[in-house]
Design a protein around this ligand. Structure first.
Ligand SMILES: Nc1ncnc2c1ncn2[C@@H]1O[C@H](COP(=O)(O)OP(=O)(O)OP(=O)(O)O)[C@@H](O)[C@H]1O
Length: 308
């Protein structure tokens, strides 16, 4: 069995690569394991490195050291390979994925809790060919997340968030005219956002659909219609706390197997964010992937620990 620490030295604040490499060396020495470290040298590197390791066919335990973006890339690399399993040692900024594990999330910081932990399959969202572990969001939330990344190159975390909210929320309309197809049902309307949830957390801890479970073969999609800005600001805390049932005239949750979002003629491209990584397109097709990813974690942990 190969144990590989896949380290993103650019994740989070400050370079933790040296500390993570020391952790890997200690794990090898204490348990007489074959442990190596790989550093990502560019965006996208975690995916190609993870895929290359999985393609060898050798039994693999991959410790993804980074945030949600690095985890997203690694999952795209190893999904569907039965010889490969992955876990995460949180080294990112938000680490929203681990919030699904509740209090056990803290145990993921120590590889002693991970190296011989049980593995279990997790579902994945297929979004126009890319795979997403937690939440695939399109709309105002994705536009804000996208700008936070862009402004983050110039400003602090809080500064880039505030500027992003100002630009996307205060200076531009919230709604976009989309045609949304949910299995057979077609709705054309102005939408604030449409988020397909496998996991429960995104955007630094918002939990739109608390019943979403990561291994039940079901995706929960929340649709929020366009509303005046003051209404959106007033309802956002309830949306973030999973209380969408409090405003049924605006929000609705469905378990459609196929969701297609198409920008209406004249409307700008749709911004979609997958595990925090964003892209633009005219149309987004979402559904349960036929691939799953093998995930390992501390004994007794559950990716549904906070589901309700
Ligand atoms: N050597 C590198 N140089 C620049 N960017 C890199 C490098 N290696 C990986 N990346 C990119 O760094 C980005 C940020 O990584 P990641 O999302 O894991 O951390 P984060 O943004 O701090 O955490 P979170 O997403 O949990 O808030 C990813 O999009 C990844 O592609």
């Amino acid at each position: 069995m190969k144990h590989v620490f896949l380290i993103n030295p650019r994740a989070g604040k400050g370079d933790r690569a040296a500390r993570l490499q020391a952790m890997a060396n200690r794990l090898a020495a204490v348990h007489d394991l074959e442990v190596s470290c790989l550093l990502t040298d560019r965006p996208g590197a975690a995916e190609s490195l993870a895929r290359a390791l999985a393609e060898t066919g050798e039994p693999l335990r991959l410790y993804v050291c980074g945030g949600d973006g690095t985890l997203h890339e690694a999952a795209n690399g190893i999904a569907g390979y039965s010889n490969a399993a992955m876990t995460v040692i949180p080294a990112g900024t938000g680490n929203d994925f681990l919030k699904n594990f509740g209090p056990d999330a803290a145990k993921f910081t120590d590889p002693e809790n991970l190296w011989d932990g049980p593995d279990f399959p997790l579902d994945l969202i297929d979004c126009s060919g890319r795979l997403c572990l937690t939440i695939a969001c399109s709309g105002i939330d994705a536009r804000i997340a996208d700008s936070v990344h862009r402004y983050g190159r110039l400003l602090s975390g809080r500064g880039s968030y505030l500027l992003s909210v100002a630009v996307n929320f205060l200076c531009k309309p919230i709604g976009r005219r989309w045609r949304v197809e949910l299995d057979g049902e077609v709705i054309e309307d102005d939408f604030a956002l449409v988020s397909v949830c496998n996991g429960r957390y995104y955007g630094g801890g918002s939990m739109p659909v608390p019943q979403a479970r990561m291994d039940d073969g079901v995706l929960e999609t929340i649709l929020v219609k366009n509303v005046p800005k003051a209404t959106f600001a007033r309802l956002f805390p309830a949306y973030s706390a999973g209380a969408y049932r409090k405003f049924p005239h605006i929000a609705r949750v469905v378990t459609a197997r196929q969701v297609t979002i198409t920008a209406c003629p004249g409307e700008e491209d749709i911004v979609t964010c997958l595990d925090g990584e964003s892209f633009r397109s005219r149309e987004v097709r979402l559904g349960l992937s036929d691939k799953r990813v093998r995930f390992f974690g501390p004994a007794g942990c559950s990716p549904n620990a906070t589901a309700r």
